[in-house]
Design a protein around this ligand. Sequence first.
Ligand code: PGA
Length: 262
Amino acid sequence: MSQRKPYVGGNWKMNTNRNTAAELARGVVDGLRDVSNVDVAVFPPFPYLLAVRAILRDRSSSIKLGAQDCYHKPDGAFTGEVSIEMLKDCGVEVILCGHSERRHVLGETDAVVNEKLRAVLDGGLEAILCVGETLDERIAGHTDPVNQRQVRAALSDVTGDQISRVTIAYEPVWAIGTGKTATPEDAQDVQAKIRKLIAGMYGADTAERMRIMYGGSVKPSNASELFKGTDIDGGLIGGASLKVSEFAPIVRAASAVARGQA
Ligand code: PGA
């Protein structure tokens, strides 16, 4: 972590129901009210966005409302899809693009991720671009080329003005939901290379300002060590974001590292 303000997101995935989503949102807001040096976002399932927004607003929370996915077309005959304008209408400020489950379970290609990312940015919102290698790719020694390919492809035609609204989340696929975490050294190594790539594409200043999160089985017990990496600016949290008792300590770990007190 550096002078960049840490950023921690809670990706609830296809979990919670109307009651538990509201309860979780209230818990996160109340549990983190005193933390001001970390940007926090929550990504509830689509049906609960409005309810969570109401809770964030009622409590004057600075926690951002996020969406887990979107469709890049503005409107029309796309049954089942949700447009960026619809999400904006629901108060969404930030959208995940290219999450590994979208890529590997739902079949999103690099080209689709690029279309969605550009649409999010054209719509004036913030994006968290997720990239990461599979276990086979890591074993074959392809970790860096895979991550570099995903970053380059997703950012194709993203302008120098728009890039300031992009955060990258490095999430090795083999570490997501598996309990296996990349070592702080592994994560730092990949993330430093991603920052170098961004410097080559957009210049050193932009790369220095860009926040790069780590995701993949982050928990209260490993958050601090991960967030101490110079190029690790917070985390995207799945499983542990579903319990305030786990999510809040992770955000506090980012806060403590940023204050130099971890
Ligand atoms: P996990 O998920 O924390 O459950 O591994 C991370 C993610 O998918 O963003």
